[in-house]
Write a protein that binds this ligand. Structure first.
Ligand SMILES: Cc1cc2nc3c(=O)[nH]c(=O)nc-3n(C[C@H](O)[C@H](O)[C@H](O)COP(=O)(O)O)c2cc1C
Length: 368
C-alpha cells in the first residue's frame, strides 16, 4: 500500500513513465582531454548559494515511509548541504522540522481556499526562518491515483483485509509505524476545529483544495511573502510568461511527478522552451524523473539551475531513515561528479546546451 502510494501516478501513469524515459532520449556530446581534476557541484538559486544541486521535492505524509519522516529528511539534507522543500502536508510541523534542520529549508504551499490558513502558514514559515516559498499550482483538484483506490490508502491508514495481510508481511515497518505520535497533518493541528486526524483526502477536500485558485492569489501571496517566491507545476511557456508577469523569482518545471494530470510530456521535455522564454529573468528548476547524477547534468545543460527529486529520497527514507536519505544524496553527488569528469566539464557552470543532443521530435528542435 505504501509502496504504491509513493511510486504511483495518475490514471495510466503515462506521464509518470515519460518523466524518466524522456531523460533517456537526451544524449551527451562529451569533450575529451579537458583538465577536470578540480570539480565543483555548487550552484546558485534565487540568490542562494547551495552546495548540492539536488533539492528534495516537497512530499506530504512522509511518516508513512518512516516514523521520523520529515525530521530524518531535514537532518540528512543538512549533512550534504541540500535544500529540503517541506510540504504543507508534512506529518511533522513547520516548527518541529526547523528545530532539527541543519541546512536550508524552503516551504511549499498550496493556494488554499481559506486565506487565513495560508496567511498563518506563511507567517509561521517566516518565523521559523524558511528561506523561500514554493507555491504548487497543479493541484486544483486531486489527481486520480488508481493504485491508492485499489489499496485503500488513506491517512491514517484504514486496514482492510488485504491491508492487514500486507502489514503482516512487513513487521519491521509496522513496529516503526507504531512509534511516535499518531499520524496527522501537524501543520493544521488546532487550526481547523475538531479535525485533528481525519483522513487526508477528506480534510483536503473539505477545507483546503481550491479549484478557484488563480493568478490574483499569487499576487496576494507575493505581497505577503517578502522572500524568494517560486511557482511549482509550470509546463508551458505561456504560464512561464505569466509567472514572470506576477513577480516570481523562480519557476519549477514540474508535472507533480505524474501524480496529477496524466498525458503530459516528461518535465525535462518542457524545460528548454521554458528556459528560453524566461531568458534569465527568473531561475528555473527541473522536477520529475531525476534518478541519476547524469539526469541532473542533462537538466543543467538545458538551463536548470538545480533539480528536485521526490521518489528517490523517499525510497532512501523508507529503507533506512535519515541514513538512507543521506546515502541517496551521496550516490547522486558521486554520480554528478563522475559525469562532470567524463563529459569534460569540471563545474556545473561549465555545463551548457552544447553538451547535449535532443531528439529531433522534441518541439524546440535539436541541439543548441
Ligand atoms: C509521496 C509523494 C507526495 C507528494 N506530495 C507533494 C506535496 O505535498 N506537495 C507538492 O508540491 N508535491 C508533492 N509531490 C510531488 C513532488 O514534489 C515532486 O513533484 C515529484 O515527486 C517529482 O517527481 P519524482 O518523484 O519523479 O522525482 C509528492 C510526491 C510524492 C511521490
Amino acid at each position: 500500500m505504501i509502496f504504491d502510494f509513493v511510486e504511483g501516478g495518475a490514471y495510466d501513469e503515462v506521464t509518470l513513465r515519460a518523466n524518466e524515459t524522456d531523460f533517456s532520449d537526451i544524449t551527451f556530446e562529451p569533450r575529451m582531454l579537458v583538465d577536470v581534476a578540480k570539480r565543483d557541484h555548487s550552484t546558485n538559486v534565487v540568490g542562494q548559494k547551495i552546495a548540492h544541486p539536488v533539492m528534495l521535492s516537497p512530499a506530504g505524509l512522509l511518516r508513512v515511509a518512516h516514523t521520523e519522516g520529515e525530521l530524518a529528511v531535514a537532518r540528512a539534507a543538512g549533512k550534504v548541504g541540500a535544500v529540503f522543500v517541506v510540504s504543507t502536508s508534512s506529518n511533522w510541523s513547520i516548527e518541529e522540522i526547523a528545530e532539527v534542520a541543519t541546512g536550508p529549508l524552503w516551504f511549499q504551499l498550496y493556494l488554499w481556499r481559506d486565506r487565513e490558513v495560508v496567511r498563518s502558514l506563511v507567517e509561521r514559515a517566516k518565523q521559523a526562518d524558511y528561506k523561500a516559498m514554493v507555491v504548487t499550482v497543479d493541484l486544483q483538484v486531486i489527481g486520480k491515483r488508481e493504485r491508492d483506490l485499489r489499496s485503500g490508502m488513506k491517512v491514517p491508514p484504514k486496514f482492510t483485509l488485504p491491508g492487514v495481510l500486507d502489514v503482516a508481511r512487513r513487521p519491521r515497518w509496522f513496529l516503526d509505524f507504531l512509534k511516535g505520535p499518531p499520524i496527522a497533518l501537524r501543520n493544521f493541528l488546532g487550526i481547523i476545529e475538531g479535525d485533528d486526524t481525519v483522513s487526508h483526502g477528506e480534510f483536503f477536500n473539505k477545507h483546503l483544495i481550491n479549484a478557484s485558485a488563480n493568478w490574483d492569489d499569487v499576487d496576494w501571496l507575493r505581497q505577503l511573502w517578502p522572500g524568494p517566491l517560486l511557482i511549482k507545476g509550470i509546463m508551458t511557456v505561456e504560464d512561464a510568461r505569466l509567472a514572470l508577469d506576477h513577480g516570481v523569482d523562480g519557476i519549477v518545471v514540474s508535472n507533480h511527478g505524474g501524480r496529477q494530470l496524466d498525458g503530459l510530456a516528461g518535465a525535462i521535455r518542457a524545460l528548454p522552451q521554458i528556459v528560453d522564454e524566461v531568458g534569465g529573468r527568473a531561475d528555473v528548476i527541473l522536477d520529475g524523473g531525476v534518478r541519476r547524477g547524469s539526469d541532473v547534468v542533462k537538466a543543467v545543460a538545458l538551463g536548470a539551475r538545480a533539480v528536485m527529486t521526490g521518489r528517490s529520497y523517499i525510497w532512501g527514507l523508507g529503507a533506512a531513515g535519515e541514513e538512507g536519505v543521506e546515502r541517496v544524496l551521496q550516490i547522486l553527488r558521486d554520480e554528478i561528479d563522475q559525469t562532470l569528469a567524463l563529459v569534460g566539464r569540471p563545474t556545473l557552470q561549465d555545463v551548457d546546451r552544447s553538451l547535449v543532443n535532443l531528439p529531433a521530435s522534441w518541439r524546440s528542435g535539436t541541439k543548441g
